[in-house]
Design a protein around this ligand. Structure first.
Ligand SMILES: N[C@@H](CCC(=O)N[C@@H](CS)C(=O)NCC(=O)O)C(=O)O
Length: 235
């Protein structure tokens, strides 16, 4: 049994997708980020970095094991089941390479773009939001080229790299507008295909349940938002 500490965010969606794709037995527990639950003592013992997702694998012979960072969780689950990471040396490192593109570029650039577009003070110059938009769009073009020649990022089969990158990519029209999003033709085709997979449909529904059980960003108390966003405070 895997326990997943979750929210309704893209970083958590990828873990729901992997659990569903691998057919693992799991339970999901919402952590109410916009109510500041990640700062409670019990959560710090699971993840000292105080972010979701976290999993606890309760099925190990050597006792429960807690793991955080969504990409590390994807690799752990894939290796546990011997699926979603190819065994051939080149394909394996191609998978890790594209997983790293999520960790180092798509995740941080999209995350900061969304932060500055939604939460920055209105009088802030447009430099940060422009910078994160162009950097996100640049790496999306790289992905788009890669997907021109293959069904998935590594080849003909789904890997953890696709699962890691899909949650940010599936909402491009929401972030950049329909016209700009559609220009990423191959990313759009790949997202549409992934969206119809039964495991992805189940995962996104499970993610939605987490969202419904949590405080909405617009209802968060200002002091929680300040702490969450690290405004003038280090947590
Ligand atoms: N690199 C981390 C990012 C995790 C992350 O940023 N989680 C957010 C939810 S999307 C969170 O828990 N934020 C709470 C906070 O920053 O206080 C991962 O991929 O797991």
């Amino acid at each position: 049994m895997i326990d997943l500490y979750a929210s309704g965010s893209p970083n958590v969606a990828r873990v729901f997708i992997a659990l569903e794709e691998l057919g693992l037995e799991y339970r999901a527990f919402p952590v109410d980020i916009f109510a500041g639950q990640q700062f409670e003592d019990w959560f710090g013992t699971l993840n000292p970095n105080r972010k979701v997702p976290v999993i606890v694998d309760r099925g190990r012979p050597d006792g429960p094991y807690a793991l955080f960072e969504s990409a590390a969780i994807l690799m752990y689950l894939a290796e546990k089941c011997g699926k979603l990471i190819p065994s051939g040396n080149r394909e394996r490192y191609d998978t890790i390479q594209w997983l790293m593109v999520q960790v180092t570029t798509v995740g941080p650039m999209m995350g900061q773009f969304v932060h500055f577009s939604r939460y920055a003070p209105e009088d802030l110059p447009s430099y940060p939001v422009d910078r994160y938009r162009t950097q996100a769009q640049r790496v999306l073009r790289v992905m788009d080229q890669r997907l021109e020649e293959r069904s998935y990022l590594v080849g003909d089969d789904l890997t953890v790299a696709d699962i890691a990158l899909f949650p940010w990519c599936r909402n491009l029209s929401l972030h950049f507008g329909e016209k700009e999003a559609k220009a990423f033709t191959n990313v759009t085709r790949w997202c549409e295909e992934l969206t119809t997979r039964p495991s992805v449909i189940r995962a996104l529904l499970a993610q939605d349940v987490m969202r419904q059980k949590s405080t909405k960003p617009e209802d968060a108390e200002p002091r929680v938002l300040d702490r969450l966003f690290g405004r003038n405070t280090v947590t």
